[in-house]
Design a protein. Structure first.
Length: 274
C-alpha cells in the first residue's frame, strides 16, 4: 500500500533511527527480546506483559527495558508499541519512566499516546518528523539525550544505515582510529551493549522499513545483511516473537511514515534484483 495514506484500520508506523511508533496488529507472538526500550499501550481494554522472570504488568500500559525477554497479550487484536533506542537516551530517566509506568500503569500517559494516534490518523505525518517532535507528541517532553563519543557515534550511524552494506567491528575501529579491542571496549562503555548484540538488533530493525511491501523475503534478508534465510528467520523470531512471513502478512494495510520520507524506497532498495 502507499505510505502516504493512513488506512481505515488506523494501522500506521512512524520510524526513524532513534524511535518507532507502531499501531497495528499484535499477532500471536511468542517470547520476544527487543533491543530497545519497549512501551506497550492498549488501544482498547487492557494488556498484560510478562517478563521472563515471572514479573507481570497488567493495565493500559507496560514498560520493558532493552534485551529483556517478554510476552505480550492484549484484550484487542491491535496494540500500540513505542520503541526507544537505548543509545539515544539517558538510562536513569528511562528507568524512572519505566517505574512510573510499571507502578501505576499510567492511565494519563496511555491516553495521551492514544490521542496522539487518533491525531495522526486524522492529520497524518508523512512529511517527516524529528526526534524532539516525536517525543513531545507522545510524552509531552523531549526525553533526555544520551551523548555518545563521536567515534562511537560514527559506528552507530553505520549500523543505522539500511543500505545493507556490511558493518564490521574491524572497519569501525579503523574509521575511529582505534585498535579493534579498544573500539569494542569503548563501544560497550558508550552504548551499554556489545557491538555484536547491537548489530544484530539493528539488522532486525531494518526489516520494519519494508513490512508493507511486496518483496521477496530471501532477497530482503540478503539486502539487509543476513547471510542466509535461516539466520534471518531465527533472528526475526527472536527479536519480534514472530516469523517474517507472519509480520508481513499482518502489515499489508500498514502505513509507514519516516523521519526522512526520501530515505527509503522499498521498490528501489532491492539493488536491481529481478
Amino acid at each position: 500500500m502507499s505510505d502516504e495514506a493512513c488506512p481505515a484500520s488506523g494501522h500506521l508506523m512512524l520510524i526513524s533511527p532513534e524511535r518507532v511508533f507502531y499501531a497495528g496488529l499484535l499477532g500471536r507472538p511468542r517470547r520476544r527480546t527487543s533491543g530497545a526500550y519497549s512501551i506497550y499501550v492498549s488501544l482498547h481494554g487492557q494488556l498484560r506483559v510478562t517478563i521472563e522472570d515471572g514479573q507481570a504488568q497488567t493495565g493500559a500500559m507496560a514498560f520493558v527495558p532493552p534485551y529483556v525477554p517478554h510476552n505480550v497479550d492484549c484484550d484487542s487484536r491491535s496494540v500500540i508499541c513505542l520503541v526507544i533506542e537505548p543509545e539515544t537516551v539517558l538510562p536513569t530517566p528511562m528507568a524512572a519512566l519505566g517505574a512510573r509506568i510499571a507502578g501505576s500503569a499510567d492511565g494519563a500517559l496511555a491516553e495521551r499516546v492514544r490521542q496522539a494516534h487518533r491525531s495522526l490518523v486524522t492529520t497524518g505525518r508523512s512529511e517527516g518528523f524529528t526526534t524532539s517532535e516525536f517525543d513531545n507528541l507522545f510524552f509531552g517532553e523531549t526525553l533526555p539525550t544520551r551523548r555518545v563519543d563521536r567515534r562511537i557515534a560514527g559506528a552507530l550511524a553505520r549500523l543505522n544505515d539500511i543500505s545493507g552494506a556490511a558493518v564490521t567491528a574491524e572497519d569501525c575501529a579503523v574509521a575511529a582510529n582505534l585498535s579493534q579491542s579498544r573500539f569494542l571496549h569503548l563501544f560497550k562503555d558508550e552504548t551499554g551493549v556489545s557491538f555484536r548484540a547491537l548489530r544484530a538488533w539493528k539488522r532486525a530493525r531494518h526489516l520494519l522499513h519494508f513490512v508493507n511491501s511486496e518483496i521477496n523475503l530471501a532477497h530482503l534478508a540478503q539486502d539487509i545483511g543476513y547471510p542466509d534465510s535461516t539466520h534471518f528467520s531465527h533472528s526475526i523470531r527472536r527479536f519480534y516473537g514472530l516469523q517474517p512471513r507472519a509480520i508481513f502478512s499482518g502489515s499489508r494495510d500498514l502505513a509507514i511514515w519516516r523521519s526522512d520520507p526520501q530515505a527509503v524506497n522499498a521498490a528501489e532498495f532491492r539493488q536491481g534484483r529481478p
